[in-house]
Design a protein around this ligand. Structure first.
Ligand SMILES: [Ca+2]
Ligand SMILES: [Ca+2]
Ligand SMILES: [Ca+2]
Length: 319
């Protein structure tokens, strides 16, 4: 697999599968896999977009880079659209720039092209394509699935040496009295391998209050978080299956309580990965179902991946 995206309309995962030369949809509830786009050369990075003015599930559109063929496709499963979006370019990465972004100012897609040669010193080049008022990075209407926020983290964007733990997705759902966090990691070795890291919560959605995020220690791009609470993954106890939530008291973290953690190695819907599920009572996060969050994961020795790679995940809409 080389690319992962989440269809926020259905909650299904979409992945690039180089072996099958196809993009595959994985149904989150049944684990069923279906081919969404076949006949590709070397499917790579995926970018989920949502057509403004349409509703879920049709709003979901997907850009599929296929550097082997030099083409990037635009696919809309709901509308039956599959067309060439960009030709003659070996695109290796794609990102959506929302309205008001500091690069283009208006909604656009930025893409990185592979260097034309493999000579030493060859660098990727960047390009942008305007998508004025056509697309957004989230559906305009409430998604079909329960309220929640997801971030599909790129495959292989890890820090550190050796076989670092690669975070593939961060998702938070809020229910009446609790937040449920899902962390999807590459590999099936954990918990044989020790996991550490933090989930940082900006409970009042105010960067000016709280303390610096652990993620900001490893990211060149600011999270924009002022952290009130953190879940310490390193405190996970396999015996009791719980981990500590710590609250910032203005000068230090104090343990606020321990929360339930479930680890599923090799989950049916995505073999070869590890799913960590964490249930946090909203009381421990200030009681508000709206908050901002970011994650840093790795071994006790080093952080090997962060999510989101830029900024934070917004959970709930809030006033
Ligand atoms: Ca990653
Ligand atoms: Ca804060
Ligand atoms: Ca990352």
């Amino acid at each position: 697999m080389t690319g992962v995206a989440v269809d926020q309309c259905t909650g299904n995962l979409v992945v690039s599968d180089r072996e099958q030369a196809a993009v595959i949809t994985i149904d989150r509830s049944s684990g069923e896999r279906t081919i969404l786009v076949g006949g590709l050369e070397q499917p790579g990075e995926l970018l989920a977009l949502y057509r403004v003015g349409t509703h879920c599930p049709e709003a979901f559109h997907l850009l599929v880079s296929d550097p082997g063929s030099g083409r990037t496709r635009l696919v809309s499963p709901g509308l039956g659209v599959d067309l060439e979006w960009l030709g003659d370019r070996d695109v290796e990465d794609l990102a959506f720039l929302p309205d008001g972004n500091p690069v283009t100012g208006s909604p656009s897609v930025v893409f990185a092209e592979l260097p034309a040669t493999t000579l030493p010193g060859a660098v990727s080049s960047l390009g942008t394509a305007d998508t004025p008022a056509l697309y957004s990075d989230r559906p305009g209407n409430p998604p079909v699935r329960p309220s929640g926020s997801r971030y599909g983290d790129p495959v292989g964007d890890t820090l550190g040496e050796g076989d670092p733990i690669d975070l593939l997705a961060l998702e938070v759902q809020t229910r009446e009295t609790e937040a449920v966090v899902f962390l999807l990691l590459s590999g099936t070795t954990w918990p044989g391998v020790e996991l550490a890291g933090h989930l940082d919560f900006d409970s009042d959605r105010n960067a000016e209050t709280g303390t610096t995020s652990h993620v900001d220690l490893f990211s060149p791009l600011a999270t924009g978080l002022g952290v009130e609470s953190t879940l310490d993954l390193g405190s996970y106890d396999p015996e009791t299956q719980n981990a500590a939530v710590l609250n910032w008291d203005g000068s230090a973290y104090q343990e606020a309580g321990r929360v339930r953690v479930a680890v599923t190695v090799d989950p049916v819907f995505l073999p070869g990965t590890t799913l960590i599920q964490i249930w946090i009572p909203l009381d421990l996060l200030g009681g508000d179902p709206f908050f901002h969050v970011a994650a840093a994961v790795g071994s006790p020795e080093e952080v090997t991946d962060i999510a989101p790679n830029r900024g934070h995940l917004r959970v709930g809409v809030g006033p």
